[in-house]
Design a protein around this ligand. Sequence first.
Ligand code: ATP
Length: 234
Amino acid sequence: MTDATLAVHGLTHDFGDRRALDGVTFEVRPGRLTGFVGANGAGKTTTMRAIVGVMRPDAGDVTFGGAAMTLEVRRRIGYMPEERGLYPKMKVAEQLVYLARVLGVGKAEAVARAEALLDALDLTERRDDLLHTLSLGNQQRVQVAAALIHEPDLLILDEPFSGLDPIAMDAMAARLRERAEAGVPVLFSSHQLDLVERLCDDLVLIHQGRVVASGDARALREQRAGRRYRVEVG
Ligand code: ATP
């Protein structure tokens, strides 16, 4: 693969007279686990929705590996939305196989990937349960499996850690780290700066629709210790 950097440039969007995004610009580099941090309402979800093409911002553009986000490019994204929109009346394994098939994966391969992901996310015992009967934490894990099932070249996850117990958090962190190490740019949002600083290679900090800092997590943490930026997190 050539330079598979996700580049977000100048995203600006108003909801009515409220400016939700104001020139949001940052990069997510291949192999870098990147945390997107900000308080509730800072603009994380809107930015992610603009990246994956669920909404069209008033201005700005997004490229992946230098290419515009055409339908073809978008199919290579794994996206975990904030609203957990899976099919409540499907069994867990069935759901994953179905998603993989929709995304063009062959039947045998889809089944094999679903079983491997269920195993990796400690969901094998839940494979035949209906989705809506699972705990929120387990539904969350299924969401992550759903975002990974077509082996995407880019991962965008909205609050993947919210509502998880500590063991599930470790499992989630391990999966994201694994994907990053496989060379995939991974962007996930969170309002927990401490968690993100601990896990990530890079950070993007957003406050009231503006990126206030971005780059190497360690360098930013040192700056924060020196109070060279301030971000309000919830
Ligand atoms: P959260 O962690 O609460 O999801 P966030 O950082 O993801 O917060 P966004 O959901 O992107 O923030 O919201 C950014 C701003 O845009 C907020 O002021 C929000 O109220 C507003 N907003 C988001 N979606 C809409 C919408 N569909 N209509 C009107 N306003 C919206």
